[in-house]
Design a protein around this ligand. Structure first.
Ligand SMILES: Nc1ncnc2c1ncn2[C@@H]1O[C@H](COP(=O)(O)OP(=O)(O)OP(=O)(O)O)[C@@H](O)[C@H]1O
Ligand SMILES: [Mg+2]
Length: 498
């Protein structure tokens, strides 16, 4: 049976921040028991609209109806009482506290005012069990992977008996397997008549799990469609307002001499066992593999972010010693990390300071910071990467998720590295901007830089690499040349077969 009754209706919602009109007369309606995708470019206003529903932001004007009645969502508590649960784009768990305590945060089971710890752990375990998820409910959430933390967030949301569950890019850090677990959870929510608002930049997921989709562009409502009636290119055209001819630009960079070589590198066998490879100037070398295969850890070792137990690094044939990121930067190695919040950005500083953070020397003249130059350079990158921000003086914390990622990229693009390591460079980035990033990767290669790209998106890694190395359990399990690229070959190596 198709769900038809609207549980939630938004009419003409407006929201402005200083210098930014985030939402303009936005309309939206959600049916009971449907999975509704909310899509649009970075900075389109998706998270803002959801934060209005969760009570984190107050709307400037407009009306919200919940179960047919007009409501004024005055704060998070009110939203929760209505039955709206949200999983934010940025994880919100309390560290140094167990999984179970996080699930029942602020509302642990009590009897006569006393917290019933035993029951809390049992209830938490039962919740995970009911979704067939293995989870140690006593574990400190800090020790969980990002993906596991995400699952805890989801279970926590489900546990408040929500009628509407909002998921803001829930899959961006999940493995294929974990995504399947999430989809299972979503299907069972649907069966219980619970509605899900699902924000994603991965269009395939919309086809896999969503019933309808609503598109936003520049804070405005563009349209709502039944997913079964749209094609991927129609979807993209709605999002970016034009056709996207080709997702991956042509590559023509000439491949030159070896730039970076790594020999027998390991971290003592914890994540990286015995990795050797080389990458040449002008080459884009892809690293494929399942999440957890040791790709990020390998890159961290090269960059000096973690301690190498063994291994040598050569640049232009000369052995170099890299024991810290500072030394890596001195050898002109750049690293765009996958975890922008922890490693990539100074959130409380303006865009301009973040962009020039690594290349600070470039904008000094006689040791004096040249603000004019800083402005000129930051303006250029904001333009080139289409970073949606009212100005370069905006603090990064106020940018949308995808635009924060673009700032990280800009910072390293400016750094004049000869080796660029990009770890999941397009995570959370919209389709239009992805293409811009691929163009930039091509330009860097054409300038003779050696590029390493770690990506879990199969299509992407095949679309942009000249050669692919596949990792499995800390080792390189296969090398695939461009003419032999195929999803099945790569997958086989990734699971340790072949
Ligand atoms: N607290 C804030 N202060 C100032 N500006 C903000 C704030 N929150 C959001 N914005 C701005 O509002 C606009 C919409 O942002 P929002 O986070 O809703 O985008 P989004 O569609 O979720 O994008 P993404 O796909 O990158 O996550 C952006 O221009 C953003 O910079
Ligand atoms: Mg967002």
């Amino acid at each position: 049976m198709q769900p038809t009754e609207d549980i939630l209706v938004l009419k003409k919602i407006n929201k402005a921040f200083p210098g930014v009109k985030a939402l303009t007369d936005m309309d939206f309606s959600l049916r009971r028991g449907e999975v509704h995708a909310l899509v649009g470019e970075n900075g389109a206003g998706k998270s803002t609209m959801m934060k209005i529903l969760s009570g984190a932001y107050k709307k400037d004007s407009g009306t919200i109806f919940f179960e047919g009645k007009e409501v004024d969502i005055t704060g998070p508590k009110f939203s929760e009482e209505l039955g709206i649960a949200i999983i934010y784009q940025e994880l919100n768990l309390i560290h140094r506290v167990s999984v179970a305590e996080n699930v029942f945060l602020g509302r642990p089971p009590r009897r006569a005012g006393v917290i019933q710890w035993g029951r809390m752990y049992r209830d938490a375990k039962a919740l995970f069990d009911s979704f067939d998820i293995k989870m140690d409910v006593y574990e400190d959430v800090r020790r969980l992977s990002i993906a596991q933390q995400q699952i805890v967030e989801i279970i926590k949301a489900v546990s408040i008996n929500a009628k509407v569950v909002i998921m803001d890019e829930p899959t961006s850090s999940l493995t294929e397997n974990e995504t399947q677990i999430l989809f299972r959870i979503i299907r069972s929510l649907k069966e219980k008549g619970i509605s899900v608002i699902f924000i994603t930049h991965r269009l395939d997921e919309i086809f896999a799990i969503c019933d309808r989709m609503t598109v936003l562009r520049d804070g405005c409502y563009i349209g709502t469609r039944d997913v079964k009636d749209v094609t991927k290119s129609e979807m993209i055209a709605m999002m970016i307002g034009r056709e996207l001819k080709q997702q991956f630009p042509e590559r023509s960079a000439e491949i030159g001499d070896e730039c970076l070589r790594v020999e027998h590198m390991s971290d003592g066998g914890r994540h990286v066992k015995d990795v050797s490879f080389s990458v040449r100037r002008g080459e884009v070398l892809g690293f494929a593999g399942l999440v957890g295969a040791g790709r990020t850890e390998t890159m961290r070792l090269i960059f000096g972010a973690d301690h190498k137990a063994q291994g040598k690094i050569f640049i232009d044939g000369r052995e170099v010693s890299i024991a810290s990121p500072r030394q890596a930067v001195a050898h002109r190695i750049g690293f765009v990390t996958e975890n922008r919040k922890e490693e990539g950005l100074f959130l409380s500083l303006p865009v301009r300071n973040n962009i020039v953070a690594v290349a600070i020397d470039k904008i000094k003249s006689f040791h004096i910071l040249n603000f004019g130059k800083e402005k000129e350079i930051s303006d250029k990158y904001v333009r080139d990467l289409q970073i949606a921000t009212p100005s370069i003086n905006q603090r990064v914390v106020f940018l949308s998720g995808g635009n924060q990622q673009k700032v990280v990229l800009a910072k390293w693009l400016l750094s004049d590295s000869q080796v660029m390591i990009l770890d999941e460079p397009t995570r959370g980035i919209d389709v239009g901007a992805k293409r811009e990033i691929y163009e930039i990767i091509n330009q860097l290669a054409a300038q003779g830089k050696a590029i390493i790209v770690v990506s879990s998106e199969m299509e992407e890694i095949m679309g942009i690499s000249d050669r692919i190395l596949v990792m499995h359990e800390g080792e390189i399990s296969g090398e695939v040349k461009k003419e032999d690229f195929s999803q099945s070959t790569i997958t086989e190596y990734a699971v340790g077969g072949a």
